[in-house]
Design a protein around this ligand. Structure first.
Ligand SMILES: NC(=O)c1ccc[n+]([C@@H]2O[C@H](COP(=O)([O-])OP(=O)(O)OC[C@H]3O[C@@H](n4cnc5c(N)ncnc54)[C@H](OP(=O)(O)O)[C@@H]3O)[C@@H](O)[C@H]2O)c1
Length: 242
């Protein structure tokens, strides 16, 4: 059991931003617990980590909306590593339509994964961090957690919820020396929402969000940045493709 190397749980690790965070952390000597539903993609990521880095990794297939599976995720992490230093609540989904075209299923889908998922994983990780008076929680919201946009009513509402949740969680946990932050990226080139961002020239790479998370994980003990808003600039890779 390792006690000097940090251990991080990353939800939504199977692809996109969560995968980039997992690889960044592994490259920076942080043991990683990879949580998402797609076992095949998690295994591929674990193989990539084991081939390239010295850290330990653990796969725990998890649907963040399922309370039993979330409890198992936390327990398996503690069984293997004995501690949780960092939680990245990254799992999230988006559907985009005019407000009146959304169905109750769209609402439940986005709020279950984006909001209930953050609530559940945090709920079961926090007691362990409180007992140790140590730990860090980083929630991946979105620029849609700060602004609104056309076709984004429900997604923006869910991400505003994540931002509000995070700022309140920060107040709950600061007396226990637990750091809490929210990261709000603009467009990132991933498969998010089933398509590439519309204006791909103005988009960042998943690695840019991972870099911000590693920055937060690297701050000194007496500093805790509350919120990072990351706005893309013209992306040369995307311009060359068009
Ligand atoms: N891409 C963007 O432009 C952008 C911008 C700002 C913020 N964000 C946010 O960044 C986060 C990651 O998005 P992404 O761009 O990396 O999208 P992505 O490539 O579609 O990845 C989403 C991840 O969430 C996981 N996930 C979805 N439902 C889940 C569930 N019920 N339980 C566990 N994991 C679940 C998926 O894994 P499985 O399918 O294997 O479960 C996948 O690993 C999201 O919270 C998103 O809202 C994205």
């Amino acid at each position: 059991m390792s006690n000097t190397i940090k251990t991080a749980i990353i939800t939504g690790a199977s692809k996109g931003i969560g995968k980039a965070i997992s690889l960044n952390f592994a490259a920076n000597n942080i043991d990683v617990v990879l949580a998402a539903r797609n076992k095949t993609q998690l295994k591929q990521l674990q193989d990539e980590i084991e081939e390239n880095y010295q850290v330990k990794s653990l796969i725990v297939p998890t649907d963040v909306t399922d309370e039993i599976q979330v409890k198992t995720l936390v327990q398996k992490t503690l069984d293997q590593f004995g501690k949780i230093d960092i939680l990245i609540n990254n799992a999230g989904v988006g559907r985009f339509k005019r407000a009146d075209e959304f169905t109750l299923d769209d609402y439940n889908y986005m709020f279950d994964i984006n909001v209930k998922g953050v609530f559940l994983v945090t709920k079961y990780v926090v007691p362990h961090m409180v007992a140790r008076e140590s730990g860090q929680i980083i929630n991946i919201a979105s620029i849609a957690g700060k602004n609104g946009f056309k076709t984004g009513t429900l997604y923006a509402a869910s991400k505003h919820a994540v931002v509000g949740y995070t700022w309140s969680l920060r107040e709950d946990l600061k007396e226990y020396k637990i750091k809490v932050s929210v990261v709000c990226p603009g467009s990132v080139v991933t498969e998010f929402g089933g398509k590439k961002p519309d204006k791909v020239e103005w988009s960042m790479e998943p690695e840019d969000v991972a870099f911000a998370c590693y920055y937060l994980a690297s701050e000194s003990d007496y500093v805790n940045t509350a919120e990072i808003i990351i706005k893309p600039r013209l992306n040369p890779r995307k311009i060359n493709q068009s």
